[in-house]
Design a binder for this molecule. Structure first.
Ligand SMILES: *[C@@H]1O[C@H](CO)[C@@H](O)[C@H](O)[C@H]1NC(C)=O
Ligand SMILES: *[C@@H]1O[C@H](CO)[C@@H](O)[C@H](O)[C@H]1NC(C)=O
Ligand SMILES: *[C@@H]1O[C@H](CO)[C@@H](O)[C@H](O)[C@H]1NC(C)=O
Ligand SMILES: *[C@@H]1O[C@H](CO)[C@@H](O)[C@H](O)[C@H]1NC(C)=O
Length: 449
């Protein structure tokens, strides 16, 4: 008798479980990545495609169409908005950096966010799209895409901030994360472990206050006005109120690689989701090139920084340093292969597109010379590839500071580097195992999406 009721009970529980597991509800999900370089898409893409494969209706709104479209993801690039994005004049980061003006990028970017919002809301096609769409959840690229708050409000959707890097200085007032400026440098004001002076800490502590004032008094009122006018509505809460309802913040960080921050439960560290375990074979010519050598260094300054915009002396320092290691091979991501003539013994391979993860996981790789983008650093750490880290813009100084402190490699300064310094760094990272990063990121399964 007892046994029968136990089995009945068991069957009942199994039945209930099956109900919950198999009753898949699909949702309409929007990713709003307006002010984003194409590279912001990369850390989000596994989540985007993972959600689509689970049966959700996923739309990715950005100025660029996907280079590798997914059949189940709707890529929406409003026509006028993309045309405008084509005319974006890239800032010359090298010039700005040389003048010590890098803080200016942080003053320019939010106005870019405002200009983008204005562009979108002055486009009839986009306004009709907003009015005729329904979404349950909106992911917003956390770097100056708050224009999306208005849309989320119209849709009645939940909001998740997708942060392609770490905690931004305005998070303490916006989302209640503890302010740890007493020891963690702001990403726009990086200082070393031995420079935790009163002055540095004071400036560091004032930065979030500045952001708070700017957002409340300048940035949000302008975005609200643009949204109200664009959608011809008077019924719009303040963006601060919408922001208070943000459900979660996803950070592209990994707890043992970032500074040891105290994150509240609404901030989830998802660094490493972009890492794909499955390797695809290298392009044939690259595979054949690497076959011939005994070890190579991968050189890439990312999608935004262009070697041809660097000073002639910097270009010469890099070229000269690479020329002085004829026994090593170099795989160099460059838009233009005219430099091949500088390497007559054929130890350099140049292409404007590189399968970065497949290269960084190649058994013959010795080091990575990088602009210190977060994804490249994470991929290198995963593969124990030491770095030569040249921070250029955005939060790259902050990333390079961790490369330096944790000895994942050597940090150099792009605006002053000379050939001897780079040669020395190459010898060290190639020959000194002290610089090998030594841990693996745990895989986050996008199946959890
Ligand atoms: C997802 O899109 C399909 C096809 O357009 C539609 O039939 C379905 O109702 C949508 N799902 C939701 C949750 O709206
Ligand atoms: C915030 O969320 C609550 C609960 O869902 C809702 O009642 C309120 O209207 C929302 N506020 C705004 C400004 O969206
Ligand atoms: C490649 O670079 C060389 C030298 O800097 C320049 O003369 C040439 O126009 C460039 N080619 C292209 C296609 O940009
Ligand atoms: C590494 O050390 C070996 C042995 O001293 C030397 O032959 C080689 O040139 C060094 N490699 C680099 C890249 O400095």
């Amino acid at each position: 008798m007892g046994q029968t009721s136990t089995s009945l009970c068991c069957i009942f529980i199994c039945f209930m479980l099956a109900q919950t597991v198999f009753q898949v509800e699909s949702a309409n999900i929007l990713f709003f990545f307006g002010v984003s370089s194409y590279s912001h898409r990369l850390p989000a893409w596994p989540l985007v495609t993972g959600l689509a494969e689970k049966g959700h209706n996923v739309t990715f709104l950005s100025p660029f169409k996907a280079k590798n479209p997914h059949p189940k993801v709707v890529d929406y690039a409003p026509r006028k908005f993309s045309e405008w994005a084509e005319s974006w004049d890239e800032m010359n980061m090298f010039d700005m950096r040389k003048k010590g003006d890098m803080y200016k990028q942080w003053l320019i970017l939010p106005y870019f966010g405002i200009a983008m919002c204005e562009k979108l809301y002055s486009d009839e096609e986009f306004i009709n799209w907003v009015k005729s769409s329904t979404y349950d959840l909106v992911f917003i690229d956390a770097l100056f895409n708050e224009c999306g708050y208005g849309m989320a409000h119209i849709f009645g959707a939940k909001v998740i901030q997708f942060d392609t890097t770490t905690v931004f200085p305005w998070y303490s007032s916006a989302f209640g994360s503890p302010d740890e400026t007493n020891w963690i440098p702001d990403m726009a004001y990086v200082f070393g472990a031995n420079e935790v002076t009163f002055q540095n800490r004071l400036i560091n502590a004032l930065i979030p206050v500045g952001w708070d004032l700017f957002r409340s008094w300048i940035y949000f009122p302008q975005l609200e006005e643009i949204t109200r006018t664009g959608l011809s509505t008077t019924d719009l809460p303040t963006f601060q109120d919408i922001e208070k309802n943000v459900s979660m913040i996803f950070l592209n960080t990994y707890y043992s690689e970032e500074f040891a921050r105290a994150l509240p439960p609404n901030m989830v560290s998802i660094g490493g989701i972009a890492y794909v375990e499955k390797r695809t074979p290298l392009p044939k010519d690259l595979a054949a090139f690497l076959e011939k050598g005994n070890g190579f260094i991968y050189v890439s300054f990312g999608t935004v920084a262009d070697l041809q915009k660097m000073d002639a002396s910097t270009q010469q320092a890099i070229i000269g340093a690479l020329q002085s290691f004829p026994e090593l091979q170099f795989v160099w991501k460059l838009r233009n292969d005219s430099l091949l003539k500088e390497f007559p013994n054929g130890n350099v391979y140049i292409s404007n597109w590189m399968p970065q993860q497949d290269i960084l996981s190649h058994p013959k790789i010795k080091a990575f010379i990088t602009h210190s983008g977060l994804i490249g650093i994470q991929e290198s750490i995963y593969n124990a590839v030491p770095l030569i880290s040249f921070p250029i813009f955005a939060e790259q100084d902050y990333n390079a500071e961790r490369v330096h402190r944790n000895e994942y490699g050597i940090r150099l300064e792009i605006t002053t580097v000379n050939q001897a310094e780079l040669e020395d760094a190459i010898s060290k990272v190639v020959n000194d195992s002290k610089y090998d990063p030594d841990f693996k990121f745990t895989q986050y399964s996008t199946n959890d999406a």
